[in-house]
Design a protein around this ligand. Structure first.
Ligand SMILES: [Zn+2]
Length: 79
């Protein structure tokens, strides 16, 4: 899986982690595109230097300003 795979949904969705809704710290938007289980040790991401990590993480891309938020745990979808 890579950063440039098709998003799971065509529409941005609300997510929470540890029971708290995720809000974009840049624009305040609360809907994101999820790209789960991105490998962090692939070429081009090595600069993150996350040897201590599980080698994969989830990225949420803000549906409004496109800021990327990273989480090691998979965020839950809010319905
Ligand atoms: Zn945003």
């Amino acid at each position: 899986m890579g950063l440039f795979q098709k998003p799971q949904s065509d529409f941005p969705t609300k997510y929470s982690i540890q029971g708290k809704k995720i809000i974009c710290p840049h624009c305040g938007n609360d809907t994101f595109f999820l790209r789960p289980e991105i490998l962090l040790n692939t070429r081009g991401l090595a600069f993150f230097d996350l040897d201590w990590a599980n080698k994969s993480a989830s990225a949420l891309i803000c549906g409004s300003c496109s800021r990327i938020e990273w989480f090691f745990n998979l965020p839950s979808e809010l319905r």
